[in-house]
Design a protein around this ligand. Structure first.
Ligand code: SAM
Length: 278
């Protein structure tokens, strides 16, 4: 069943507005096909026959059961291990050595749109690689808080079990042997990597007060879906939960320029990232 033919221009505008308010995600013009490809199965499962009916159901929806399913289906969860390499090189070559020199402290990193877990687990792997290369062990108690708006992505992330094809996206065979153990045809993230990571549902549009403060934030490949106003708001609120001198890592096509004055750009041999201004 295709519902695309049934989406009137008015319903498309209403759906766009619902999605933007609920998740920050902006659907451009002419993206009716995305609604069709991503929501057809959900609408069928819920016995809903058109976008118009869905919009009515969303208005009655308490406590947001349908809203969460729609957001889940509409988000892009694309991710991979050591994605773009440079942020993880920067952790190993620049950030971890600097923190290590500062002495013993409980450092905290936030992976703010963690999808199915590859980003926070990669940060943990980068830490293990760094610890193996140094005699200073001040960072041994570092922790990683991983959050996402998508409940189903968080279930996958917490399970920490991936198939061969998923592992093939960004992991060398050495890292696979080092950081995973085989389990009935699938691969489990090793306990020492998993132990540092905790997960929590968090909409980037909501308050960050309950999360505490961080020494670095990874907010990668999610701001691109938001309006300029939302990007500014999110970046400025992230600045307010970063400890002095804290770091910010964005996706390869994302920038703070034009959205927030709270950060200075760092260009190191590992790549470009940001530091909270004094
Ligand atoms: C393309 S993935 C990026 C994953 C990872 N950061 C990376 O770079 O590989 C985008 C993630 O952002 C999440 N997301 C979208 N809107 C969000 C919001 N308002 N709050 C929190 N997470 C959101 C999606 O559920 C998805 O898992």
């Amino acid at each position: 069943m295709s519902i695309v033919g049934n989406i009137t221009p008015n319903d498309y505008e209403k759906f766009k507005s619902f999605l933007e308010k609920a998740s920050g995600i902006m659907l451009g013009d002419g993206k009716q096909y995305l609604i069709s490809s991503r929501l057809t199965r959900l609408l069928r499962d819920e016995g809903i026959s058109s976008v118009s009916e869905l919009l009515n159901a969303l208005q009655r929806d308490q406590p947001h059961y349908l809203r969460d399913l729609v957001i889940d289906a509409m988000t892009t969860n694309e991710t991979s291990w050591f994605r773009d390499r440079s942020p993880f090189d920067a952790l190993i070559n620049d950030v971890f050595p600097e923190w290590d020199k500062n002495g013993m402290r409980q450092y905290k990193i936030w992976s703010a749109a963690c999808s199915s877990g590859q980003e926070p687990y990669t940060i943990s792997m980068a830490l293990s690689e760094y610890l193996a290369s140094t005699t200073i062990k001040n960072l041994a108690s570092m922790s990683i808080m991983a959050t996402d708006i998508s409940a189903s992505m968080l279930v996958d992330a917490k399970r920490a079990e991936y198939d061969e094809g998923v592992l093939g996206r960004g992991l060398s065979s050495e890292r696979k042997q080092q950081f995973f153990k085989p389990n009935a045809g699938r691969w489990l993230v090793a306990d020492n990597i998993k132990r540092r990571v905790s997960f929590k549902e968090q909409n980037l549009l909501s308050s960050y007060d309950v999360l505490g403060n961080f020494d670095a934030i990874f907010c990668r490949n999610v701001l691109i879906y938001f309006t300029a106003e939302r990007r500014s708001d999110i970046l400025n609120r992230m600045a307010s939960v970063l400890n002095p001198g804290g770091f910010l890592f964005l996706g390869a096509s994302e920038t703070v320029t034009g959205y927030s004055d709270a950060f200075e750009m760092i260009r190191s041999s590992s790549g470009v990232y940001y530091r909270l201004k004094d």
